[in-house]
Design a protein. Structure first.
Lengths: 511, 361
C-alpha cells in the first residue's frame, strides 16, 4: 500500500522553525564530482576504534579494495575510492573543528578508476540469512550517514538483544540548507527501498516507516510511488519542525513513546536508519560495492553555485568548493553539516568523510549573529527545548562553575540540538555552555579514571613491595634455619652446602 | 581519538532580540495608552512624559555608575517599558514629582540595585507603585473622571501645566473615586451593593475606559486586544493571563453567588482596576515570572487569588500591584519545584521503563 499517512502522528514538545533555505540547492540534481588529484582517507570516519591499515606506501590499489580493516566490535573498515598508488599513511588534518592531525591514508588516483575484481555482488540478497546481511554491511564499511557515523552493522545486530518490530527510515532532513537526502530520495527511490527492505530483513522486523518532512513533497511522492508494491512499507509525512530528525524525537512522533533516558529506541522495539545508509546497503549487497563515496550538499550564501555532489571519500573540501564555482564572497563561517548542529571547519584542506552530509559557506548576514546580552528569563529557551530542560538555569550553573548542579538539572539529557540558542533573544550561546560542560565532565571522568588507575597501580606496587619484604624476611629466616641446620649437618656430617635462594624465586615477585 | 571541543553553534538564529521583544510589548500597549492620554488630557500627557523620560535618565545614570556600556542597554527598551508601565498605574493628574520619584524607585531601587536587566526579583514598576502608594497615599488615590482632550470641561494647555507641575486645587474639584474604591467605601459603611452601584460606572463604561482610574486601568478592551496581540506574537503565552483572570473570576463568581449584596460580581472585577493590564502586561513580565508552563499556571492563579483577597478583605481596593509582588517573591521557589518533565524520564527524574513490553531475546 505505502500510501497516505495511515498512522497517527504524536506531538513532540518544543522545537523551532528555522528558515530552511533548502531552495538554494534543492533543485540541483546530484552530480558526480571529478576525481581530485589526491585523496586523504582518514582511518577513523566512524564512532569506535580506528581502522588498522593494510597497505603500505608505494602499493598500488584498485577501486573498492580494502585499505584498512576494522578493529574490535565497534569499528569499520575503509576502502579505496578509486584505483591508484598509496602515497603514505600518516597524519593529516581531521574533518573536525580542532583540525588536529589524525592517521590518514593518502592515495594518488591513477585516473583509470579500475574496480577490484574481488567484488562479490549477491543476485538474490533476500535469500541471505540475517547474519550474512549484517556481515556484508560490516565488511562494506557502512556507518550511519546522517552524521552519527555509528557502524550500521552493530545496529543491525540489535535483534539479538531486543524484541524489534519496526524499522524507521529517517528522511526528515530537518537541518536547514541540506538537500542531499531529499535529492537521493527523488532520484533513487527504488534503490533506497531495496536497501531499506534488506535492513528490515536483517533486523527481522515486519514493519517499515519511511518518515519524510512535509517540506519535501517530491521526495515523498517518489518514495510513495516506489513503495507501492510493498505492503510492509509506509511513507509517512512529518510536520516540518526542527529537530524532527533527532532519532528519539522521530520515534516519539511515530509511535508516541519517549525513549527512556540513557536508553535506545530499541528499548521500544524500533531501530532507526538514515536514507543514505539504506542506499549504501543496496550498493553493498546488490553490487558488492563498499562505501567509498557519498552525496553531499555544498551550499550557503557564499557559494556561487550551490550543488548536490556525489563525492569520493577523502576528497579535500576545497575541491568541492572549486567545482561549485568558488566563493561569491568571503564566507564568515565554514561549516560541516547543517547550521543547527554542524561543526565549524578549520580549513578547506580537510577531506570529505563518511559522515559529511553538507558543506556550508555562510555569509555574515545569514547567521544572524548578534552581541550577547544578559538573560531576561523570557523562557523562550524552555519552550524551544525538545527535551524538557531549563537551559537558562543549566547555563547559569555552568557559568558559575556548578557543573554538578547542571548535571542534576539534566545536562546529560541534552541532545545539543541548539534549539535553545536559536530562540534566545539575548543571543546567549547556550549550547556552547552545554558542550563545554559535557567536555569538562568527560575530561574529569578520564582524569578520575586515571587517578583511580594510578592509585590502583600504586597500591599494587606497595603490596608487591610488602610481599618482597615479607619474602625476604621469610627467606632470611629460612636461610638462618638452613644455616643452622647446615652447621649442624656440617658439624655432624661435614657435608657440602646447598643452594638456598629458591624461596626468593618462588615468592612471585615481578618488576 | 580527537578530544571533544566546545564550539558555539548554531549558525543560524531566530530573528529575536531583547529590543524586539520590548518593542512588541510597547506596541501592544500603544493603543490603550494613546486612548487613555486622550481621555485624561494634557495633565496625563505631561505626567506620562515626565515618568518615561525620568526612567530613561535614571537608567542611563545607573548604567554609567555601574560601569556598564550605556548604549546597548538603554536601547534594549526595558527602561522605556518600565517607565511606561509605571506611568500607566499612576493617577493621571498626579503631580510631576510622583512620576519622578516613581521612576527612581522603579529603575534604581527596583532594577539596577539588583544588578540590572534580568536580575530583579520584583517587577520594577510594581515596586515603584507600591512604594508610592505607601509613601504618598493621598496623591496616589486621588483620581478624576475622564475629561477628553478638547472637550468643554478639559483644562487647557496652561492650566494643565499648572495641574502637573504647579500648585493647583483644580483636582479636588473634579476628583472622583474609582469604581472599586467607591464600592469598597460604600460597602464599608454598610450600604448594600444595589444601592452603592447607583453611583458607579456601568460595565460598558469600564470596558471602553470612560471611567475614572489610572491611565492603564481604564480601557480594558484596548488592553485586552494588546494582550492578545502579544500572545499571537509569542512574546507571552496564554497561561499566566488566563490563570490569573480565571481564578479571579471564579472566586468573584462563587462569592457573588453566595451573597450578591456584599460581594462584587466577576465582570466588575475583571474590567475594573488594573486586572487586564496586570494579567497581560504586568504579571507576565518575563524577568519576574516563572519559566515553566506549570509554574506560570500556578503563578497566574496565585496572582488572581491574591488580587481577589486584597480587593475584598484588605485595606486597598485595587490589589494587582501587591498580588504581583507577592507572587514575584515566590517565583524562584516555583521555578525550583515546578520544572518541565525531562524527555525520557518521569516526573521524579527516573528514566522511563517499558520493561513489561520489552522482550529480551
Ligand atoms: S531564551 Fe535566552 S534570555 Fe530567554 S530565558 Fe532562555 S537564556 Fe534567558
Ligand atoms: S541544546 Fe539541549 S538544552 Fe538546548 S534545546 Fe537542545 S536539548 Fe534543549
Amino acid at each position: 500500500m505505502g500510501a497516505e499517512n495511515l498512522i497517527k502522528l504524536f506531538k513532540i514538545r518544543g522545537g523551532v522553525h528555522p528558515d530552511d533555505r533548502k531552495q538554494l540547492s534543492a533543485g540541483q540534481a546530484i552530480e558526480a564530482l571529478p576525481m581530485p588529484p589526491l585523496l586523504h582517507i582518514p582511518l577513523q570516519q566512524h564512532i569506535g576504534a580506528p581502522a588498522e591499515p593494510l597497505v603500505r606506501r608505494g602499493e598500488l590499489v584498485k577501486k573498492g579494495q580494502r585499505l584498512a580493516r576494522s578493529q574490535g566490535a565497534i569499528s569499520a573498515p575503509v576502502h579505496a575510492p578509486t584505483s591508484g598508488r598509496i602515497m603514505g599513511v600518516g597524519g593529516y588534518p581531521a574533518h573536525h573543528p580542532s583540525g588536529l592531525s589524525v592517521r590518514t591514508i593518502t592515495l594518488k588516483p591513477d585516473g583509470k578508476d579500475e574496480w577490484t575484481d574481488r567484488l562479490d555482488p549477491v543476485y538474490a540478497p533476500f535469500s541471505l540469512a540475517a547474519e550474512e546481511i549484517a556481515q556484508r554491511v560490516a565488511d562494506a564499511g557502512i556507518v550511519g550517514m546522517g552524521g552519527a557515523t555509528f557502524p550500521s552493522a552493530v545496529k543491525l545486530n540489535l535483534r539479538k538483544r531486543y524484541a524489534l518490530h519496526t524499522l524507521v527510515i529517517n528522511g526528515a532532513e530537518c537541518e536547514p540548507y541540506l538537500t542531499c537526502d531529499d535529492r537521493l530520495m527523488r532520484e533513487k527511490p527504488a534503490e533506497i527501498l531495496e536497501g531499506v527492505r534488506l535492513m528490515a530483513r536483517a533486523l527481522g522486523v515486519a514493519r517499515i516507516l519511511v518518515a519524510i518532512e512535509d517540506n519535501k513533497p517530491q521526495a515523498q511522492a517518489a518514495m510513495r510511488d516506489a513503495a507501492k508494491p510493498f505492503a510492509e512499507v509506509s511513507i509517512v509525512g512529518l510536520p516540518t519542525r526542527y529537530p524532527m530528525g533527532s532519532e528519539k524525537h522521530l520515534v516519539q512522533t511515530l509511535i508516541g513513546k519517549e525513549t527512556p533516558a540513557r536508553g535506545l529506541t530499541a528499548d521500544m522495539g524500533v531501530v532507526v536508519h538514515n536514507v543514505a545508509t539504506a542506499m549504501a546497503v543496496h550498493d553493498a549487497l546488490y553490487l558488492g560495492r563498499p562505501l567509498i563515496s557519498r552525496v553531499m550538499t555544498v551550499t550557503g550564501g557564499a557559494i556561487r553555485q550551490p550543488r548536490n555532489l556525489h563525492v569520493p571519500l577523502g576528497t579535500p573540501l576545497s575541491h568541492l568548493i572549486d567545482f561549485c564555482g568558488g566563493f561569491k564572497e568571503e564566507p564568515a563561517q565554514l561549516i560541516s553539516g547543517g547550521p543547527m548542529m554542524g561543526q565549524p571547519l578549520p580549513s578547506t584542506r580537510v577531506p570529505a568523510v563518511k559522515g559529511s552530509n553538507g558543506l556550508l559557506a555562510l555569509t555574515a548576514g545569514e547567521s544572524e549573529s548578534a552581541e550577547e546580552m544578559p538573560c531576561i528569563r523570557c523562557a523562550s529557551c524552555v519552550q524551544a527545548c525538545p527535551c524538557g530542560l531549563v537551559p537558562l538555569e543549566m547555563a547559569a550553573h555552568i557559568r558559575a562553575g556548578g557543573l554538578d548542579n547542571s548535571v542534576k538539572l539534566g545536562l546529560l539529557d541534552c541532545i545539543a540540538c541548539g534549539s535553545c540558542s536559536y530562540a534566545c533573544p539575548s543571543h546567549i550561546p547556550l549550547v556552547h555552555y552545554f558542550n563545554f560542560a559535557k567536555g569538562e565532565l568527560a575530561a574529569r571522568q578520564r582524569s578520575q579514571h586515571k587517578q583511580g588507575e594510578t592509585k590502583r597501580l600504586a597500591e599494587a606496587r606497595s603490596e608487591r613491595m610488602e610481599a618482597i619484604k615479607r619474602a625476604k624476611r621469610e627467606a632470611m629466616m629460612k636461610r638462618k634455619k638452613e644455616m643452622e641446620a647446615k652447621k649442624r649437618a656440617q658439624e655432624e656430617a661435614k657435608a657440602a652446602p646447598e643452594a638456598s635462594d629458591k624461596p626468593t624465586a618462588d615468592s612471585g615477585v615481578e618488576a | 581519538m580527537i578530544e571533544e571541543q566546545p564550539v558555539a553553534g548554531p549558525y543560524t538564529h531566530a530573528r529575536t532580540s531583547i529590543s524586539r521583544t520590548m518593542g512588541l510589548v510597547l506596541l501592544a500597549l500603544l493603543p490603550a495608552t494613546l486612548y487613555s492620554l486622550y481621555l485624561f488630557g494634557w495633565p496625563a500627557i505631561f505626567l506620562f512624559g515626565t515618568t518615561v523620560l525620568a526612567a530613561l535618565v535614571f537608567e542611563a545614570g545607573s548604567l554609567r555608575l555601574a560601569g556598564k556600556r550605556v548604549r546597548p542597554f538603554l536601547l534594549d527598551g526595558s527602561a522605556l517599558l518600565t517607565g511606561w508601565l509605571l506611568a500607566m498605574t499612576l493617577p493621571p493628574w498626579a503631580p510631576w514629582w510622583i512620576g519622578l520619584v516613581g521612576a527612581f524607585l522603579a529603575i534604581v531601587i527596583g532594577k539596577q540595585v539588583f544588578g540590572g536587566i534580568g536580575q530583579n526579583l520584583f517587577n520594577p514598576a510594581m515596586v515603584a507603585r507600591v512604594a508610592l502608594l505607601i509613601s504618598f497615599p493621598l496623591e496616589m488615590t486621588l483620581f478624576n473622571a475622564p475629561v477628553p482632550l478638547f472637550s468643554a470641561q478639559a483644562p487647557g494647555f496652561l492650566d494643565s501645566l499648572a495641574i502637573t507641575f504647579g500648585q493647583s486645587n483644580q483636582l479636588d474639584a473634579v476628583s472622583s473615586a474609582t469604581t472599586l474604591g467607591h464600592l469598597k467605601t460604600e460597602l464599608g459603611r454598610g450600604v448594600t451593593l444595589d444601592t452603592a452601584s447607583g453611583g458607579v460606572e456601568s460595565l460598558w463604561q469600564l470596558t471602553l475606559g470612560e471611567a475614572s482610574g489610572s491611565l492603564g486601568e481604564t480601557s480594558a478592551l484596548l488592553l485586552l486586544l494588546g494582550g492578545l496581540f502579544l500572545i499571537y506574537k509569542r512574546i507571552i503565552t496564554w497561561h499566566i493571563p488566563l490563570a490569573m483572570l480565571g481564578s479571579l473570576a471564579l472566586l468573584a463568581t462563587i462569592f457573588h453567588l453566595i451573597d450578591p449584596q456584599s460581594y462584587v460580581g466577576p465582570l466588575t472585577h475583571l474590567l475594573s482596576g488594573a486586572a487586564i493590564l496586570g494579567a497581560f502586561f504586568i504579571a507576565t513580565d518575563l524577568v519576574t515570572s516563572p519559566v515553566s508552563i506549570r509554574g506560570q499556571l500556578l503563578f497566574g492563579a496565585g496572582v488572581g487569588l491574591l488580587v481577589y483577597a486584597i480587593r475584598t478583605w484588605a485595606g486597598y481596593p485595587e490589589g494587582v500591584a501587591f498580588a504581583v509582588m507577592l507572587m514575584n517573591a515566590c517565583t524562584p521557589l516555583i521555578d525550583h519545584y515546578l520544572k518541565p518533565r525531562i524527555y525520557g524520564r518521569d516526573r521524579k527524574g527516573e528514566p522511563l521503563n517499558y520493561a513489561d513490553e520489552r522482550g529480551e531475546a
